[in-house]
Design a protein around this ligand. Structure first.
Ligand SMILES: NC(=O)c1ccc[n+]([C@@H]2O[C@H](COP(=O)([O-])OP(=O)(O)OC[C@H]3O[C@@H](n4cnc5c(N)ncnc54)[C@H](OP(=O)(O)O)[C@@H]3O)[C@@H](O)[C@H]2O)c1
Length: 307
């Protein structure tokens, strides 16, 4: 039988169950979206006591699920993003957090679809009101390794694959960062206290393999490089982790054939080992860290990722 806390969280996460955002905040965001500078209203007295919400994309499994659990351990309320097909897995992550005394809810959205991302953040706004929380963190974790045709070479380069991979690995983080910024910015949103973004990149950005995936992670790194100054002016830090070979479903095709001797530490990383780094970068302990890209690769230089 599910606990009342799980049932409450499920009820809050159910479509249509969210309370409407306050019209004042909604108005601020509409103005900000038009590029207007919004003069912050006085923060509510309870602002400092509000729960910090971290949004984790692709949080149903792998590195994303580990991030959700460890961020909840560190006191974050966690918005667990998932694709429609991963609802059960996402609910499982939420239940494990709530059962451990944390706060979490699941939010479906395909991060490559702008309308999904906008709707998800609107739903998170309503949840934030319900749990007395404020969005203060974003982990751009969702990612795909291949497109529908599995293109791996220049000779067989496929625009369809390129577009599919870039939509998730590049457009997704850009859209989610935009929406999170509108909520965390000390310049845009009344009472917001800034925040942090962590991009889950990859060492493959440097070696260039697998071809299209590596290109997408290179673009993600470029997005971060271009965003550091602007986000800093809003009180928002942005950093990246670049995992090495990590034992998730992403490496199913090469797990058995991979030569572990290529990794100085002699083994694959665990999702939790990357998630610990994400927790540090997202948290206050990293308050002077922005624009960094931390390799979590067991000693493998970035240039040998998957090589
Ligand atoms: N594992 C490694 O060795 C490794 C190394 C370097 C970097 N990374 C990066 O680490 C991140 C997490 O990967 P992982 O290893 O944990 O792989 P994973 O187990 O396959 O997890 C990827 C997650 O992203 C989600 N996702 C994919 N497309 C999405 C979309 N359009 N909208 C929302 N969510 C979407 C997946 O959802 P579903 O559950 O629906 O599939 C899944 O939950 C990725 O960015 C990956 O590039 C991994």
């Amino acid at each position: 039988m599910e606990s009342s806390a799980v049932a409450r969280t499920r009820a809050l996460a159910a479509p249509g169950a969210y309370r409407r955002m306050s019209s004042a905040l909604a108005s601020d965001r509409r103005k900000a979206a038009r590029g207007a500078v919004v003069v912050p209203r006085a923060a509510a007295p309870s602002e400092a006591a509000r729960k910090k919400i971290a949004v984790v994309t692709g949080g149903a499994k792998g590195i994303g699920a580990a991030c959700c659990r460890l961020l909840a351990r560190d006191g974050w309320a966690v918005a667990v993003n998932h694709r429609i097909g991963s609802k059960d897995a996402a609910d499982g992550v939420v239940a494990s957090i709530v059962d451990a005394g944390g706060v979490a809810a699941a939010f479906p959205a395909d991060v490559s679809r702008e309308e999904d991302v906008v709707a998800m953040f609107a739903a998170i706004d309503d949840w934030a009101l319900a749990v007395d929380g404020v969005v203060a963190g974003l982990v751009n974790n969702a990612g795909v390794l291949t497109g529908p045709n599995g293109c791996k070479s220049v000779q067989h380069a496929s625009l369809e694959d390129l577009n599919a991979i870039f939509a998730v690995n590049v457009a997704g983080p850009m859209l989610c960062t935009r929406e999170a910024l509108h909520r965390m910015s000390t310049k845009i949103t009344a009472g917001a206290g800034g925040g942090a973004v962590v991009n889950v990149s990859s060492g493959s950005a440097v070696i260039g393999r697998p071809l299209l995936y590596a290109m997408s992670k290179g673009a993600l790194n470029s997005f971060q490089a271009g965003a550091v100054d602007e986000l800093a002016s809003h009180g928002v830090r942005v950093n990246a982790v670049s995992p090495g070979m990590t034992d998730t479903s992403l490496i199913d095709d090469i797990r058995d054939s991979f030569d572990l001797a290529k990794i100085p530490l002699g083994r694959f990383g665990t999702p939790e080992e990357t998630a610990e780094c994400v927790c540090f970068l997202l948290g206050d302990a990293a308050s002077y860290v922005t624009g960094a890209n931390v390799r979590v690769g067991g000693g493998r230089p970035p240039g040998t990722f998957l090589g």
